[in-house]
Design a protein around this ligand. Structure first.
Ligand SMILES: *Cc1c(COP(=O)(O)O)cnc(C)c1O
Length: 241
């Protein structure tokens, strides 16, 4: 996509975010647009940056490492905040520390491993816990589609209080792919409810962030409380992934 097409797309997405916020009685500044740039070129990322995007999401460590290196000059304009949104294998945990945020922490062990590695490299990673609230078998994330699982999870997550470097900021989920975005609403609502519960039960952090909503469902996610929306196609155009 050309730079002007990306800029136009971006203005449309920002308008849709603002409209969804208005419907929900929220302020647009409460919602961070993370432009998911996986499989997009450095030039496309530069175009989005020029149009005002400062948060980018990638789903593969190797690809992101190269992009982060190649785009280091952007730091002069205030810098890019990089988000890891894809599944993170434990053996790539160390390399994932190039990201400012990891949205996809799906085991306690991975969080602990990031914490240990972060001490070695003097990093202060910000993480979200990915929850599978829909119950789809193919989904990554902590199992949280029934209330017993959430109860067990609440106990399990106490272990995160001992982390020294990694800071837990909230929750992330992927909604099922559905034809009508309304069908995703219960999934977003459930993630929000779980975050509210964690806020009461797990006092070692304040759970401010909810990363939910993609191109096909971000408006519904915002109505349900999303603070980070991860948007690829609506910004960069149709893709081959
Ligand atoms: C690709 C991807 C997105 C963005 O998807 P679009 O439908 O293109 O907006 C968001 N989150 C994750 C985890 C992804 O892998």
């Amino acid at each position: 996509m050309s730079g002007s097409e990306i800029a136009t797309n971006l203005r449309v997405v920002e308008g849709r975010i603002a409209a969804a916020c208005a419907r929900a009685g929220r302020e647009p500044r409460e919602v961070t647009l993370v432009a998911v740039s996986k499989a997009r070129s450095g030039d496309e990322i530069r175009a989005a940056y020029a149009a005002g995007v400062r948060h980018f999401g990638e789903n593969r460590v190797e690809e992101a490492e190269l992009k982060i290196l190649g785009l280091q000059d952007m730091a002069r304009g205030g810098g890019i905040t990089w988000h890891m949104v894809g599944h993170l294998q434990s053996r790539k945990a160390k390399r994932a520390l190039v990201f400012d945020w990891v949205h996809s922490v799906d085991t306690i062990r991975l969080a602990q491993r990031l914490d240990t590695l972060a001490a070695e490299t003097d990093a202060w990673p910000r993480i979200l816990l990915e929850l599978n609230v829909s119950g789809e078998a193919a989904k990554d994330g902590f199992a949280a589609w029934n209330d017993i699982q959430v109860y067990e999870l609440t106990k399990e997550l106490q272990a995160l209080e001992a982390l020294r470097r990694v800071k837990v900021y909230g929750l992330m989920t992927m909604a099922p792919i559905v034809r009508d975005p309304e069908e995703a609403r219960p999934v977003f609502r459930r993630l929000r409810r779980i975050a509210d519960m964690f806020r009461e039960e797990l006092l070692f952090t304040s759970w401010p962030e909810l990363s939910m909503g993609m191109t096909d469902d971000f408006e519904v996610a915002i109505e349900e409380g999303a603070t980070m929306v991860r948007i690829g196609r609506a910004v960069f155009g149709p893709s081959s992934y």
